[in-house]
Design a protein around this ligand. Structure first.
Ligand code: GCU
Length: 692
């Protein structure tokens, strides 16, 4: 243990003794700062302390971008240059403009005063003195008793920050962080100040699976960043551990709060090091020999250990048992659909796509101010209701077809309504959502010619595909009073999408041109996961297609090959419900595996497909899962894929009620896949007499 760490822990211990003695005492804290102290102490800090039974009165002497030099000169001249912002004992806020530093010093009997350098200079030691020394001298001379003196270590900018001052550090986050670390530690040591290691806390959080997501504009903090900073301040001020503090800032997810608390606590315990507290990425296994030995949960055994006998036991009890586990531990509970679905036919046109199809665009009112837009193509000239393929699209209805009449969501609208797509740059959003950009995945002509309708909607209509704390999705409309986040067993994003598939089917039951009893629900990748959950939840879906749905879809979790439960929860924390997070790295503790999700679809026809180069989705895990699920089909007298051997790339296996193929190539949905799906669907859904 290095000296500074020992020192830090001693300070913590002493402060915690002091804290324990006067736990309910009021602490008066004055920051001499700038917008970075606004970020750090003006929200969350009072509330975190209140949750722990303490009262913090907080003052912030604010001038945008103010340096130590300017503060020292302002102090000495008494210039009324500050916006003095104060949070009182009850958490009430007040701003007094044109305040002089001496006035604020006299405003309260401050227990704590903090100093900080402006962010561009924070890693430049020469910029600190003589100003810090003069400022400390001024402050201590004006107060009756010497308060605790703190140095607020600020943070390095976001890796992609567009800020001219970043060039002081070669536009390199690590260089900036290490410079701040050194300069602030030296300053604190020189003057005997307690360090508030917010810079290290941000690096700790950036090293978790939430990555570099603490800033809102590259240098100021976003909601998580602000919470991390306040949590760090709280640890230093109180000497207590912030972990487990129950104050939950609006719009943060429990996972973010946990990582933020860990980041703050680790920074205070070890201010000089970026700490690994077990939320880092692990390596990806693509080695069949390294797949752990595992035993799949038995499909045909009840939770109490007794054997399921026959179809009756399955239908009356075991199926419901498995469903309830998936619902509670993985996808989350969704509400019932609206009693009556109000719809608005926005457009209906005949003879489109070169005379091949009729087109409808229908807005479904989901209640509570939400709607979704269905795009429907039916084969022109069908003489009775046709079967349909229903699937969700990733980038808007207009992205699936180069048909000028399909409403297009402009990238601006998408970003405004659906969020800024963190992690995906704007150019990518624009190119992927361009009209017809996804058309190769939707071979409309081929499907329509085969006699099927195609029905689709945009996933973002239900819940946009990023971790927004469920602010923009449909979940927020269903909160109970005072609720700000789904409960640990309530719907995540995949369940919301699956719910949308059922609402689309509700509509198709009213749509005269489509036969709702013959709807195949399909999806590629994450939409494949949603399609499987929709089919498990809604028995009306007649046939199901999982195209490379991978982890959280068809692939067995226990193999931990390619994408794992840990990785998927880290990269897409919004997809599953909060309960699923606890299985990260602990697949063997899952009370189910994905073969049981497939089994919930029995005896309906099910097609599982993989691609040979798509190791991330674990083709073998998808195949073995389908084979294991065959047991449920067996109850109905179907062989399904029982005893089947993994086919070679380019080969397919088609059995009575199940099919599997391993397409050659990468993660995609291609015409090869569609040809197989159409042939499979023809066996169960086709109604030739409807076509001319
Ligand atoms: C990512 C993700 C997968 C998902 C895929 C997709 O690769 O890790 O789980 O299936 O995106 O939806 O394309």
């Amino acid at each position: 243990m290095n000296f500074r760490r020992l020192f830090g822990m001693t300070v913590l211990l002493l402060a915690s003794l002091a804290g324990a003695a006067g736990q309910n005492d009021t602490l008066r804290i004055l920051a001499i700062g700038n917008s970075f102290s606004v970020d750090a102490i003006e929200q969350n800090l009072h509330e975190i302390a209140a949750d722990a039974g303490a009262v913090y009165i907080i003052g912030n002497l604010y001038i945008g971008g103010c340096s130590l030099e300017k503060h020292a000169l302002n102090a000495e001249s008494g210039a009324p240059a500050y916006s003095y912002r104060k949070i009182d004992a009850e958490g009430g806020r007040e701003v007094r403009e044109k305040t002089a530093l001496p006035q604020a010093l006299a405003d309260e009997p401050w227990d704590v005063v903090s100093f900080q350098q402006s962010s561009p200079l924070s890693g430049i030691p020469a910029s600190y003195e003589p100003w810090l020394e003069r400022l400390i001298r001024y402050v201590t001379a004006r107060l009756d008793r010497t308060p605790r003196l703190l140095f607020h270590q600020t943070w390095a900018y976001a890796r992609d920050a567009l800020n001219l001052n970043f060039s002081n550090y070669g536009c390199d986050q690590k260089v900036m962080y290490l410079s701040i670390l050194r300069a602030s530690a030296d300053a604190a040591k020189r003057h005997g100040l307690e360090l508030v290691p917010c810079g290290t806390a941000m690096q700790n959080y950036r090293a978790t699976w939430y990555r570099d997501n603490v800033n809102r504009d590259g240098y100021h903090l976003n909601l998580v960043g602000r919470y991390i900073a306040a949590a760090t301040w709280y640890c230093v001020l109180s000497g207590r551990d912030v972990r487990g503090n129950a104050y939950m800032p609006l719009h943060l997810t429990p996972g973010q709060v946990k990582a933020a608390q860990e980041s703050a606590a680790a920074a205070v315990a070890d201010p000089d090091t970026v700490t690994d507290f077990g939320m880092r990425s692990n390596s990806i296994n693509y080695d069949e020999a390294a797949v752990p030995a595992y035993k799949l949960p038995e499909l045909m055994r009840y939770a109490d250990g007794s054997k399921v006998k026959g179809r009756d036991g399955w239908e009356s009890r075991r199926r419901a048992e498995i469903y309830a586990l998936f619902e509670r531990e993985m996808f989350g509970r969704a509400p019932a659909g609206p009693d009556t679905l109000k719809t608005k036919m926005k457009e209906s046109a005949g003879e489109v796509l070169g005379g091949l199809a009729n087109r409808k665009q229908v807005r479904l009112d989901l209640g509570l101010g939400r709607w979704m837009d269905l795009l429907i193509y039916t084969p022109a000239g069908a003489t009775c209701p046709v079967p349909a393929f229903l699937g969700i699209n990733f980038f808007g209805n207009s992205s699936i077809v180069a048909d000028e009449a399909v409403w297009r969501l402009e990238p601006e609208t998408m970003q405004r309504r659906y969020g800024a797509y963190p992690g995906i740059d704007r150019n990518k959003v624009e190119s992927r959502s361009a009209r017809g950009a996804q058309a190769s995945r939707w071979p409309l002509e081929r499907i329509l010619e085969a006699g099927y309708a195609v029905v689709t909607f945009y996933n973002g209509d239900l819940d946009p595909d990023f971790d927004d704390g469920f602010r923009n999705g449909i979940q927020s409309r269903h909160y109970k009073k005072g609720q700000h986040y789904p409960e640990p067993d309530e719907w995540g994003t995949l369940a919301a999408w699956a719910w949308g598939l059922s609402r689309a089917l509700d509509y198709l039951e009213e749509e005269p041109s489509v036969d709702a009893s013959r709807v195949a629900v399909f999806g590629h990748s994450r939409m494949g996961k949603a399609a499987l959950w929709a089919a498990a939840s809604d028995p009306r879906f007649a046939l199901v297609i999982s195209n490379e749905s991978g982890c959280g879809g068809a692939a067995l979790s226990r193999r931990a090959y390619g994408e794992t439960v840990e990785i998927i929860n880290r990269s897409f924390p919004h997809w599953f419900c909060e309960n699923f997070k606890k299985y990260a790295g602990k697949e063997q503790l899952l009370p189910f595996d994905q073969h049981e999700l497939l089994a919930l679809i029995a005896p309906r026809p099910l097609y599982v497909a993989s691609a040979s180069l798509d190791r991330w989705s674990d083709p073998k895990g998808e195949f073995l899962s389908a084979v294991a699920a065959s047991q449920a089909y067996g109850l109905y007298g179907y062989k399904a894929l029982k005893g089947a051997k993994m086919p070679a790339p380019g080969q397919s296996l088609v059995s009575d009620r199940m099919a599997y193929h391993l397409r050659e190539g990468k993660h995609e949905i291609t015409l090869f896949d569609w040809e197989h799906y159409l042939a499979f669907a023809d066996r169960f859904l086709k109604n030739k007499k409807c076509l001319k």
